[in-house]
Design a protein around this ligand. Structure first.
Ligand SMILES: [Zn+2]
Length: 497
C-alpha cells in the first residue's frame, strides 16, 4: 500500500506538490518510454467516470461514437497547409514494418529490416481531422446526409520534449468530435453547443469554474477558422486550457473534397467542426481542488466517494462494527454511492484515515463501539469537519454531505479565481501582476499580433480567450493594455500550462 510519504506544500514548490499528490494517490506514473505515462487504476477510474458523463452528454445532443485508424498516410497531413505546419514538429512516423535477427548479441540481436520499408510512411495520429474527413468525402453525397456528427474515444501521440503527468505527455487519451454541416451557421452553432457542454461538464462534474471565449488568430487550432476554449485558473494562478471546440470552416472540406449536393441540385463544400478534451482534465481536477494532504476529488468524479473505517480493539467489537459497516455499505450502494469498507487488520485507523485522505475520498465514516452504543457513526469530510450522524439516517446524511462538498468545492474555486483576477489595470500594473502573483488579467486589446507577441515575450502571458459576454467587464476597456491604441476586444491574459 501507499507509503506514508510527505507531500511538498503547495506554497513551497507547486510542481513538486503536484507530482507528490499524483504519487500518493497512485493516479499515474512515468513509464520506461520517456514522455509517456502509465495511468494507474485510481487515475483511470477518474477518467472512466469523466468519459461516462461526457459520452452521455454527446449522445444526448445527437452524436454517435465511431473509431478511425491510429495510422494516417503522411501525405494526408500535407493537404491542409496550416494543419501540417502546426503538427509537423511533433509527429511520430512509421517507416518500416519488420525487424530481423542480426546474429549479434544483446540489444543488437534485432534490427529494423531495411527491406520492409513502407512505400508511404504513416504518421501516428496527432489528431484525426485528415483521416476522418477523407472518410466523410466517401459517406457524404447529399444534404440529406447532413449534419454528420461523430465522436471517437482514442489515444493520440504528439512528440513532446518537456512532459508532465496528465498535462503534457507524448501519448494521451482523449475524445475528438468531428462533424459536417451544410452551412456556416450550423457549424458555428455546433462549435458553440460543444463549448457549452464542456463548460457544463467542467463546472457540474469537475467543480472547476471556467471562462469561455474565442482564441486569437495566433492561439487558434492549426487549420481552424475559429477556436473556442474553456479556460480554468489553477491554484498556482496559471491558466489551464481544458477543452477546445473549433469551427473549421471549409478548410478541410476543400483539402479532402467533402462535397454535398444541395436541395437545389448544386454542389457545395461542407462546413466542419472538431472538438476535444483529454486526460489533461485530470491534471486540472488535481490542481483545482487538492491540498497539502493530497488529492481532493469532487464527489461526482471520486472513484471512491465514501470510505467506511470500523474501529475495534477486541474480536467481539470487530464483529459488531464490521457488521454495521457492511450494512451501511449495502445501504449506500443501493443509493448509488461508490463505497469501500476498510476491514484491514494490518493497519491502525489513523493510518487508514491518512491513506483515504490521500486518495481524495470525499467522505469517511468512522464506526467505533462507543458510536454504535449511541446509535451513530462519525462522518468526516475530506475538506474538513467531523460530525456524528445517526445510523438510522446515514444514507441521507452521506448524500447531503457529498452534494454539499461538490457545491462548496465549486464555490471555493470560483472565489479563488475571482480573487486572482484583475480588471482595468495599467500597463505597469499588468506587468507587475503577471510577473508577480499571476492570475487572469482582463484588459483592452488592439487586435495587433505584434502587441500579443511582445506581451508574450516580455511576460510569458498569452491571451487565453477573448471572453464571452458573461465574463466581460461591466465597462468595456477603451484602450489596448499594452500600446494604448483603441481596444477592439477585451482579452484575458495569463501564463498557462
Ligand atoms: Zn496593442
Amino acid at each position: 500500500m501507499a507509503q506514508a510519504q510527505k507531500i511538498t506544500p503547495r506554497a513551497k514548490d507547486f510542481s513538486e506538490w503536484y507530482g507528490d499528490v499524483i504519487a500518493q494517490a497512485q493516479l499515474a506514473d512515468y513509464s520506461p518510454v520517456r514522455g509517456c505515462m502509465v495511468i494507474r487504476p485510481h487515475g483511470y477510474r477518474i477518467w472512466e467516470l469523466m468519459q461516462r458523463a461526457l459520452d452521455d452528454m454527446f449522445r444526448a445532443s445527437g452524436h454517435r461514437n465511431a473509431y478511425f485508424p491510429l495510422f494516417i498516410p503522411m501525405s494526408f497531413l500535407a493537404r491542409e497547409a496550416e494543419h501540417v505546419e502546426g503538427f509537423a514538429k511533433e509527429v511520430a512516423v512509421v517507416t518500416h514494418t519488420r525487424l530481423r535477427a542480426t546474429g549479434k548479441e544483446g540489444k543488437d540481436a534485432i534490427a529494423v529490416d531495411p527491406t520492409s520499408a513502407l512505400e508511404e510512411p504513416l504518421v501516428v495520429r496527432p489528431t484525426s481531422e485528415t483521416i476522418i474527413y477523407a472518410m466523410f468525402a466517401k459517406w457524404i453525397q447529399s444534404y440529406r446526409d447532413l449534419p454528420l456528427k461523430l465522436n471517437q474515444w482514442a489515444n493520440v501521440v504528439r512528440w513532446e520534449l518537456r512532459t508532465r503527468l496528465f498535462l503534457r505527455t507524448t501519448e494521451f487519451l482523449w475524445q475528438e468530435g468531428h462533424t459536417a454541416h451544410t452551412d456556416e451557421a450550423d457549424a458555428e452553432s455546433e462549435a458553440r453547443l460543444i463549448l457549452e457542454i464542456y463548460r457544463d461538464f467542467a463546472e457540474t462534474w469537475m467543480a472547476m469554474p471556467v471562462i469561455t471565449g474565442v482564441k486569437t488568430e495566433s492561439e487558434k487550432f492549426a487549420g481552424a477558422l475559429r477556436t473556442y476554449a474553456i479556460e480554468a485558473l489553477m491554484q498556482d494562478n496559471k491558466a489551464l486550457q481544458a477543452g477546445t471546440s473549433h469551427n473549421l470552416g471549409q478548410n478541410f472540406a476543400k483539402a479532402f473534397t467533402v462535397q454535398y449536393q444541395t436541395a437545389a441540385g448544386g454542389l457545395e463544400y461542407v462546413w466542419n467542426t472538431s472538438w476535444g478534451v483529454s486526460t489533461r482534465l485530470i491534471g486540472g481536477l488535481i490542481m483545482t481542488h487538492s491540498d497539502d494532504n493530497g488529492l481532493v476529488a469532487p464527489p461526482k468524479l471520486a472513484p471512491v466517494q465514501v470510505a467506511i473505517v470500523p474501529i475495534w480493539k477486541t474480536d467481539e467489537e470487530k464483529q459488531q462494527v464490521s457488521g454495521v459497516g457492511s450494512q451501511v455499505k449495502t445501504d449506500l450502494e443501493k443509493a448509488g454511492v461508490r463505497v469501500e469498507l476498510d476491514l484491514r487488520d494490518t493497519m491502525k485507523p489513523g493510518a487508514k484515515y491518512f491513506e483515504w485522505e490521500g486518495l481524495g475520498v470525499p467522505v469517511r465514516l468512522e464506526i467505533g463501539p462507543r458510536d454504535l452504543a449511541s446509535g451513530q457513526v462519525v462522518l468526516a469530510r475530506r475538506t474538513g469537519g467531523k460530525a456524528p450522524a445517526p445510523i438510522q439516517s446515514v444514507v441521507g446524511a452521506v448524500t447531503k454531505a457529498l452534494d454539499g462538498i461538490q457545491a462548496a468545492l465549486f464555490a471555493a474555486a470560483r472565489e479563488r479565481r475571482e480573487q486572482n483576477s484583475i480588471r482595468g489595470a495599467t500597463k505597469a500594473q499588468f506587468i507587475e501582476f503577471i510577473k508577480g502573483p499571476g492570475g487572469f488579467a482582463y484588459g483592452g486589446f488592439c487586435g495587433s499580433p505584434s502587441c500579443e507577441a511582445e506581451i508574450k515575450q516580455q511576460t510569458n502571458a498569452t491571451i487565453r480567450v477573448l471572453p464571452d459576454p458573461e465574463f466581460r467587464s461591466k465597462e468595456a476597456p477603451r484602450n489596448c493594455i499594452w500600446c494604448g491604441a483603441p481596444s477592439l476586444a477585451e482579452a484575458v491574459w495569463a501564463q498557462a500550462y
